[in-house]
Design a protein around this ligand. Structure first.
Ligand SMILES: [Zn+2]
Length: 224
């Protein structure tokens, strides 16, 4: 049954419907067979006289556009929402660069001592992202690191983040790759703001560089 609504409301609803059906169209591109709904979107775009908005106003005639009763979903069905969510879940990055700044020091002997991780230079307060999914197993003061966060990572290794200015997570917190866990600082044995990142197996620290590369993340090379 036609519903009488003011022109402005009709426009808003039509815009909303177009947005909703575009979301459906994106899903269709992702492999779901929803071409019928996508076609409905096109009809809505080309024909301003959809069933809801056309009732109270005389819309300007559009060439070659006969009035058509377009069946547009009132809402995005839960199944489509679930599909969009699972698509996003399946395609989100599993390995994320922890800070935007460049690699400033690699893994290995440095100044006569073992440097057991990678250093990334960045400014005070820059966000530090979780490299992988995981669980926070330690967060607080630590000798040498100033402050550290230790994360049980998705492959069983432990990620260690050091020298932060502020910690934004707590023990037991579940992380997804890319979650901001802390900010860059220069606490502990540090000569300037940077993130120190280590990866530990049961046998001890490993070079994070090839480990990250194996997960598809190239963090570049430092000058040292
Ligand atoms: Zn370091």
């Amino acid at each position: 049954m036609p519903v009488t609504v003011p022109l402005s409301t009709g426009r808003v609803i039509r815009r909303y419907r177009a947005a909703a059906t575009r979301a459906v169209a994106v899903t269709a591109i992702a492999g779901c067979s929803l071409s019928v709904l996508a076609a409905a979107d096109q009809q809505t775009e080309s024909n301003p006289t959809d069933t809801l908005a056309a009732a109270p106003v005389q819309a300007a005639p559009v060439a070659n556009a006969a009035p058509v009763a377009v069946q547009v979903p009132e809402f995005v069905p839960p199944q489509v929402t679930d599909l969009l969510n699972s698509f996003a879940q399946d395609h989100r990055p599993r390995t994320v660069r922890p800070v935007a700044g460049p690699l400033s020091s690699g893994f290995g002997m440095r100044w006569g001592a073992m440097h057991a991780g990678l250093d990334f230079a960045d400014g005070f307060g820059a966000p530090i992202a979780a490299v992988t999914d995981g669980t926070v197993i330690e967060a607080g003061p630590a000798s040498g690191f100033g402050l550290w966060v230790r994360v049980q990572q998705d492959d069983g290794t432990i990620g260690v983040y050091g020298h932060m200015q502020d910690i934004l997570v707590h023990v037991g917190q579940q992380l997804r790759a890319g979650d901001v866990i802390a900010t860059v600082g220069s606490r502990g044995y540090s000569t300037g703001p940077h993130l120190h990142y280590e990866v530990h197996t049961d046998a001890g620290p490993i070079d994070p560089h090839p480990w990250l590369a194996g997960r598809g993340l190239d963090v570049g090379y430092s000058q040292d």
